[in-house]
Design a protein. Sequence first.
Lengths: 140, 743, 65
Amino acid sequence: MRQLKINLPKCDGGRNCEHECEEVCATKMFKLDDRSGAALHIEALADGQSSAILCDQCGDCVTVCPADALTRNKQGVVMIDKKLCVGCYMCIGFCEKGAFERNPGWLEPYKCTACGLCVKACPHAALEIVDVPVPAPRII
Amino acid sequence: MSHSEAGQTIIPCAVDYTQRTEYHEGLEAIRAAHRVLKETTFTPSLPQKGYNDRTLYVDLTTREIREKPVTQQMKDLFVGGRGFGLWQLWNAVTPGTRWNDPENEIIISPGPVAGITQYPGSGKSLVVSISPQTDIPIDSNVGGFFGPLLKFSGFDALELQGKSDRDVILFIDGQKGIIRIEDAPLDPVDSHVLGEILTRMYAEDEADRTNISVVCSGAAAEHSLIGMLNFTWWDKRRGCVRLKQAGRGGIGTVFRDKRIRALVCRGPVVKADMNHPVDFETLAKTGIKLHKEIRTLDDSQCKMRRNGTAHIVEIMDAYDLLPTHNFQYGSHKDTHQIASPVWEARCSQMTVDGCWYGCSMACAKGADGLVLKTGPYKGHMVTVDGPEYENAAGLGSNGGIFDPDYLLELNFYCDTYGICTITYGTLAAFTMECYQRGILNLERTGGLDLTWGNAEADLEMMHQMARGEGFGRIAGQGVKKMKELFIANGWGDPQLINDIGMEIKGLEYSQYLSKESLAQQGGYALTNKGPQHDEAWVIFMDMVNKQLPTFEDKAEALYYFPLFRTWFGLMGFCKLPWNDVAPADNSTTSEPAKIPEHVQNYLDLFTATTGIAIDRETMLMQSARVYNFQRIFNIRMGKGLRAHDLPPYRSVGPVTREEYESRAERYDKQMLEEIKVDPAGRTLDEKIAITREYRMARYSKLCDAVYARRGWTPDGVPTMARLKELGLDVLPELVAIVQAHGG
Amino acid sequence: MIQVNGDPLEWTPGMTVRGVLRAKKYNFPLLVISIDGNQVQRADYDTTPVPDGAVVQVIHLLSGG
């Protein structure tokens, strides 16, 4: 399946860049005003390293969604069907990575679709799209 | 056996949960036989701040269908849910109304918060009627889709009166704005079949099935007083209907007596904000907070997502509180055969088991792939909703049955036949003890060998009930009427029969052993509807934690908890997410037993939906109005005084020699330390009598303390002062009843 | 001898909170435990010692029903 992957040692945590990944995701992909609404988040840590929150398409949200609004597309990416979504936010609550997003102005939550825009935008080439096996669903 | 530890791999159930016997072959013929007897249109609406401000009234005799307004007084005094139901029932009946008179009603009402999709346990309704078992109002809570879909069609309650001259289906189409009464000559009766067929029939396509909910009963409800209502929801992943129940009190019997075959509601596609809440953000934030809490803590707390309420089977057994052999004992060597690890493996785990959207507690576990051994569906493969704790204890240990497949089959047939599992469990256990003691025998049971653990005989009794014949028909009258019959027939000692028949006011006990907990004796006996544990469940607080040492402490608990728990039924909330999961820091709060952060969540959700400010005091006032109104309603119908709040001795202390001997150390110790009588030198029968006298006197003292705390007279009548405090004195009928009884 | 919820329980050397729970067959999942007024967190049940003469409270949170 298509999966966004970050190479944390290469990631700058925004110290010497403009958070281009978050910017392009929030503004170009999701048409939001600023990067805080991006479907990935990077952070500079005190010890000089970086951390990132991003969706690895694990599929836990697919398992919990009571409306069956979350499915994998042909590339194995977990996508939300907004017509089926009932706005219960169990996906947000059950995402262990904190990678399912919510905009207070929208009823339906949203997430990374492995579109690759952030990969192109990153000045440190810290991001890439990889192809990995779809993980087996787990009991949660 | 203990729980599987957190992180341990569970071997998932290998059953394919999409496979089962299908029933929709005859669908087209059934549909073709429907004739529209009455059709009317309405303008669908969505609630504003939780209320549509109208209810739907249907008279099955005349087929009149009309809307009634929700008045401000209704909202102020009764709020919604159970409050609305009791109010409409009050106005429909007279003191002389019997359960099968046409003017008796069935009212289904969700509540202002019902239908939000963000917070676990927000889809519930309360169903109210005059009970065939008690002759007073019964209030029965139920999960699932019907209530929210009814609200999103445009109605805050559905009020059914009258009786049809033929079996009919009432169809409410909240998408098209149509209400139809159709006759149903070919429709099946049993819920697992009827629910499937009607869901497929009334849905316009496969995707629409999730917008359909069916209310129906079953064959046994037609021949017994213990019928219940199933409320269906469409399980997308399994591809079948699931059943939740409005179980207690026999409302299914009223339903079938009115010749309602089913209610069907087709609601609009559900979205996040259809209650038009004042403050959606608070709903979203609070819901997400609870989902996270359940995700991180459920596995190390109650494992509701894995086992539902069955997680407490082994716990009750360990504390000697699991009802065994008709509440004689509290544990059994075979309990591990029906304990939660069995169900964790047996119930499918990769499914969505919340009975309304957003319920991440997801306790409605399902056991798939059961091939039935008995009855009209023998050989069929079915999905069983359950077992819940009450089913495992009631149908299982209380009857001495510890085979999980038979337990599932008993559970299944209760559900599809439309009878309450709690009620059936207790009455079956009663028949088995009567059989044990020679009050019943093979001749009297018509050949049913009702020995402890004989699941085949137990199932056959149920099948007879569904066919309306044999001893099953007698059993279906319930414990109270069986007691009367057995005594009238001279089949046994009247005192023994009365002592071991676990019912009060005509309603059977639910599955907790109150014998050693004075507080729980009150928790069961000092209830409005009868001995159902949804008012006060204080066994652990009393017996184990020893937090209620004095009568005043017990009275305080029996004042607070019934009021607190009543509140859920005004709103549309399920109580399980209140305390079957607790925040990580809960133990550091001042009153951890009340789970204060969750209480605040509920207050926030109410205000966020309705815009009405509320705190803990006003919350209790809302409940107290409805609770006291129900008490006065009971008085009006003839069973609301102290004399009616009397428990059978089995629920208070040891009836028989074996019972005394099974806990002799405990009872002898109590005799020495509390009764101040030396057990040495006393015969067993003397000790039983001494213990009985002491315990019944204590119960009477508890009554005094509880009534006083509730603002009632020593005879259990709400006082005028209490009525004024609650603002209920604006209803002159209430004042008249209270004053006529010395209140 | 220690006290657990007001009842006496035989003390053994090296007794831990977990040992008390086992002796009393307390397997309820939601507990609030304190020893002489000091709360013990769940993660520490196996390692927290219970001294002889201690007054132990094991509050079971309602749940159920």
